[in-house]
Design a protein around this ligand. Structure first.
Ligand code: NYM
Ligand code: MG
Length: 227
């Protein structure tokens, strides 16, 4: 038959250490794409949807699912969860959103995602007694991002950017271990982007790269992560 199908959506992930600017940039990308009549949606992991840049409201911010709520309580230090168990919850939060993500991609909507399984591995593997291989297992087979843009920022610069230290994991020594783990996770889908510039400069840079990915996606099958 000669049915012409239009292209699927691209799965685009922004990664990086805390305060590297991912959330701001993801939102700006989605707005810019929508303004250009390109279908795009914002996702974030863990799936919290209120993000107010004020520590109090931020810690009370709701996450979209029951699993997201548990993670939120953990990050805000209201609740302790055993390290392996919370690792599996972060992963479960991605799996529970997988069907919705695939439907959007197949429908031609591009997804701009704030963190993904790479954060999952990089943060847990920064804890005592965890290795990268163990940490990767639960996320194997998730939808493979078409592109990962890693916002690179020196941890000392990141620490100076905003209120740092409120949420669990926000300490400079922990962040340096996270940053080393990210280095080990880089693969052919990654592009390292210098995040030490103004919001607008970084936005222009990312927008051009993202449009390039979207324009070249066609209908290539969605891969499976780490397989
Ligand atoms: N985080 C995030 C994990 O430890 N594992 C994960 O799988 C994901 C997606 O949660 N410090 C950590 C990284 C961050 C925190 O914060 C989420 P933010 O700044 O709201 O993205
Ligand atoms: Mg944060």
């Amino acid at each position: 038959s000669t049915v012409l199908s239009s292209s699927r959506g691209a799965l685009i992930v922004l990664e990086g250490c805390d305060h590297s600017g991912k959330t701001t940039q993801c939102k700006k990308l989605v707005s810019a794409l929508n303004e250009a009549s390109i279908k795009a949606e914002f996702y974030r992991f863990p799936g919290k949807y209120i993000y107010i840049n004020d520590l109090d409201s931020y810690h009370r911010g709701t996450r979209t699912t029951a699993i997201g709520e548990m993670i939120s309580g953990y990050l805000g230090r209201q609740q302790d969860i055993e390290d392996h168990a919370v690792h599996l919850l972060f992963s479960a939060n991605r799996w529970e959103l997988k069907p919705k993500m695939l439907r959007s991609l197949e429908d031609g909507t591009n997804l701009i995602v704030d963190r993904y399984a790479y954060s999952g591995v990089a943060f847990t593997a920064a804890k005592e007694g965890f290795d990268i291989d163990w940490c990767k297992q639960p996320d194997i087979g998730l939808p493979q991002p078409d592109a990962v843009f890693y916002l690179h920022l020196n941890p000392e610069v990141a620490a100076k950017r905003a209120t740092f230290g409120g949420e669990r994991y926000e300490q400079t020594d922990f962040q340096s271990r996270v940053s080393k783990n990210f280095d080990n996770l880089q693969d052919s889908h990654w592009t390292i982007v210098d995040a030490d510039k103004t919001v607008e400069e970084l936005h222009e840079d990312l927008l051009e790269r993202v449009k390039d990915v979207i324009n070249n996606i066609g209908n290539k099958p969605i891969g499976k992560l780490w397989t």
